[in-house]
Design a binder for this molecule. Structure first.
Ligand SMILES: NC(=O)c1ccc[n+]([C@@H]2O[C@H](COP(=O)([O-])OP(=O)(O)OC[C@H]3O[C@@H](n4cnc5c(N)ncnc54)[C@H](OP(=O)(O)O)[C@@H]3O)[C@@H](O)[C@H]2O)c1
Length: 285
């Protein structure tokens, strides 16, 4: 009954994914319940990093789907041998050493990897069924985005399992692997780019005399509300933007000044640059 998911490297992102899966609402039917592990083994580096995960799990109460968690260190091979599914979430520079250490045990298993720059081809050196995932830090709060690409050998049932688990971090979007460098920029680095915009708007409020707390509240709510408006209206951002532009009014004046300063082309060039760096990181291995 159920299966075991082993997480290799349970730090910031590993813990975010573990909590999302652990806290997922009770599955509506038996078919969905079968997509969840009954047991998770989180493998970390030392006693201190193990304790972090133990505390995290203790703070979450019981799992709605009855998932149990064990946390260990220095037993990666043993933990992978007990698993049907493995999530690799170490830092990229440790991935080769960690995967090399479980080479025998991981073969034939479904490997989900969130390690930046590690391609499906490279991961297939260890097992043929691979799902490569790029996610982001809002996953910690259930508002993450994840782009997923699967190896050709990954069966439809395995793809369904990955989607159900990774959807728990926020939203899981399937794309071909050729889009992964762009996703690394748009999704992985994206929060930093949005935070730059948020910070700029909040500081503009301060410059114009609004206290920091209220300025940040206003800027944050404007961002949240605008995104909701795009989602709920289904309209193109340009259409919604023009609805706010009164002829001769304030918004068009602000937009023209931003365009003069190259805000839009700066954002596009910044995202392209991040994707180019992601592509180079992948080539280094
Ligand atoms: N953070 C982000 O915004 C982000 C976004 C998208 C993707 N990613 C990807 O997610 C991956 C993890 O990033 P992160 O920020 O979560 O890193 P992290 O916090 O450093 O987590 C990695 C974990 O692996 C543990 N570890 C080290 N050696 C190990 C070993 N031999 N066996 C098992 N566990 C071991 C570390 O323990 P110690 O701390 O004790 O060394 C740590 O708990 C990276 O590959 C990154 O590319 C991160």
């Amino acid at each position: 009954m159920g299966y075991t998911l082993t997480i290799l490297g349970c730090g910031v992102m590993g813990q975010a994914i573990l909590s999302a899966i652990y806290r997922a609402p009770k599955a509506a039917d038996a078919a969905t319940a079968a997509l969840y592990p009954s047991h998770i083994i989180a493998c970390n580096h030392d006693d201190a990093s193990v304790q972090q995960v133990v505390d995290l799990v203790a703070g979450m109460g019981a799992s709605p789907n009855g998932i149990t968690v064990d946390v260990t260190h220095s037993h990666n091979g043993e933990a992978v041998s007990q698993a049907e599914v493995v999530l690799l979430a170490t830092k990229p520079y440790l991935a080769e050493m960690v995967l090399g250490g479980v080479r025998k045990e991981i073969e034939g298993k479904l490997l989900m990897s969130i390690v930046a720059g590690w391609t499906i081809d490279q991961l297939q050196g260890y097992t043929k069924t691979v799902s490569r995932i790029m996610t982001n830090t809002p996953a910690k709060y259930g508002y993450g985005c994840a782009v997923v690409s699967h190896s050709a050998e990954t069966a439809p049932a395995q793809r369904l399992l990955v989607k159900e688990l990774i959807d728990q971090v926020g939203k899981c979007i399937e794309l071909p692997e050729r889009n992964m460098d762009a996703a690394t920029s748009l999704v992985g680095s994206g929060p930093a780019f949005v935070l730059l915009m948020l910070e700029s708007m909040a500081e503009a409020g301060i410059k114009m005399g609004i206290p920091f707390k209220e300025s940040l509240e206003c800027a944050s709510k404007v961002m949240e509300g605008t995104v909701k408006m795009v989602e709920l209206s289904g309209q193109h951002p340009t259409v919604l933007k023009h609805q706010v532009c009164t002829p001769g009014g304030t918004t068009i004046a602000g937009l023209c000044t931003m365009e003069d300063r190259g805000v839009k082309s700066g954002i596009i060039a910044g995202l392209q640059e991040a994707a180019d760096v992601a592509a180079k990181l992948g080539q280094k291995k």
